[in-house]
Design a protein around this ligand. Structure first.
Ligand SMILES: [Zn+2]
Length: 454
């Protein structure tokens, strides 16, 4: 007799129910309607083996949307939004969390993947999903994510990017060029100059100054990617994995010529990738709309897209992509296929909206903590929110603060300290309001997906 797997709720607890004879490896308490098994990592791994649609798939070049979920509660709402807007054409990346956010939310890569496994089983969704170990910076982080079952990675060599190369003088540029890690880059200064300076018609030719600035800015970062990629390859052997390269969290925009240099170098060094996240022009503050000239963005985006088409195709990846409603139409128009939009913190803000409505006292304490800690919390983020600009509102209007750009950014980056202090209360409030939470997430993401309809 074949087994039926389902998630059942008993009070606050969720359990895996399996009908029929309990398959090998599962342990549960027998009852008249099946065995009840705890939701732990070993069971999650067995479920992924037994029911392949609960396991992550390779995303490849499919048009995709990253639904990061810091609390591990948002997947049902994400899937509802996608089910209502299939014309957006996105393949969902559900198990996505950056290493920084995992540390702050005190969730492991294993929990991130397992929470999605259970949510997919519970909702009955069977159309597949991808995973993204986001902003991975070290071999040790890669290992943790592989051990958890991740097959998708975004490598972030941002700390090796040198923005100074955009402006420094020729002497400094030449010095820097000579000092690049040429062993890892499998070249030397003379050969490199010849390769890229071989006349304007040559494939990938770059004027000397442009080359020196691109190499000075991104050469060490490229070497870092080569090393991390070699590590991934050593772990995966011949098996495929999804790879994205991101330099979005850096100070100065990636020029189209610099993008071209990065892509040509990665290709020369045998690193193949499905997506690249340049640092676009303008400001991508977390959880609020695009700040900058949207026409300038459209021109910049089009230039990057042309390079990704010519040298790939690979997808342009738009990070900090939540709430950037002003630029979605340009993105859809220019890259109706080869695009990945990555969001994460905005789901946390929708959870806070539910808390603001249903548990105003808790929300006030969360807000106070966020305001007090903002100077520290904001440090690794790109933001322009200011605490002194957050309006004073009565309890019944607290949820409106989630529409205020300053309050949004301040609470956006506070989730680490907030969870540290209010973890149980926040999860209890959301468990009590799980329908409202799911609906709130759905509505919010419908707004994100609608501009991408084909
Ligand atoms: Zn990013």
């Amino acid at each position: 007799m074949s087994n039926v797997f389902s998630i059942v709720r008993r009070g606050d607890e969720r359990l895996l129910r399996i009908t029929g004879d309990l398959p090998d490896g599962f342990e549960g308490v027998p009852a008249a309607d099946g065995a009840y098994c705890p939701l732990h990592a070993r069971h999650a791994a067995l479920v992924r083996e037994t029911l392949p649609w609960t396991a992550p798939q390779l995303v490849g070049l499919r048009k995709s949307f990253g639904f990061g979920d810091r609390l591990g509660l948002a997947t049902p709402g994400h899937l509802d939004a996608l089910a209502n807007l299939p014309e957006s054409g996105f393949f969902p990346v559900l198990a996505q969390q950056s290493m920084r956010e995992m540390a702050r939310a005190r969730r492991s890569p294993q929990q991130v993947l397992d929470d999605v496994t259970w949510a997919v089983l519970e909702t009955g969704y069977r159309d597949g999903y991808g995973c993204d170990a986001d902003h991975v910076k070290t071999e040790a982080e890669i290992d943790r994510c592989i051990d958890a079952g991740f097959i998708g990675f975004t490598l972030d060599p941002g700390q090796y990017v040198r923005a100074a190369a955009d402006t420094e003088d020729a002497a400094a540029l030449w010095n820097r060029f000579a000092e690049l890690p040429w062993d890892v880059l499998r070249s030397n200064p003379r050969r490199h100059l010849e390769r890229y300076a071989a006349g304007p018609e040559a494939d990938g030719a770059l004027p000397e100054e442009t080359l020196l600035r691109a190499a000075g800015k991104y050469g060490a970062a490229i070497a870092r990617v080569v090393r991390l990629h070699a590590h991934l390859r050593s772990r995966f052997g011949a098996a495929p994995f999804d790879l994205e390269i991101s330099v979005d969290e850096t100070d100065t925009p990636t020029t189209p010529a610099q993008h071209r240099y990065i892509a040509l170098e990665l290709d020369r060094l045998g690193v193949s990738f499905i997506g690249l996240a340049p640092r676009f022009v303008g400001d991508f503050y977390k959880g609020v709309d695009y700040a900058g000239d949207t026409e300038a963005f459209a021109r910049d985006y089009a230039a990057h897209a042309a390079i990704a088409e010519e040298l790939g195709p690979y997808k342009l990846s738009v990070h900090s992509g939540s709430d950037k409603l002003a630029i979605y139409p340009y993105i859809q128009r220019r890259t109706p296929e080869y695009v990945h939009v990555k969001t994460s913190g905005t789901s946390w803000l929708e959870a806070l909206r539910v808390i603001a409505r249903k548990a105003p006292g808790l929300f006030r304490r969360i807000l106070n903590l966020a305001v007090e800690g903002y100077a520290e919390n904001r440090q690794s983020y790109h933001l322009d929110g200011r605490v002194e600009c957050i309006p004073d509102v009565p309890d019944d209007a607290l949820a409106d603060l989630l529409d205020d750009p300053h309050a949004r950014q301040v609470v956006h980056v506070a989730f680490g300290p907030v969870l540290e202090q209010y973890y149980d209360e926040a999860y209890a409030a959301l468990a009590e309001q799980d329908k409202a939470h799911r609906q709130g997430i759905r509505r919010h993401f419908e707004k994100h997906l609608a501009p991408f309809r084909e």
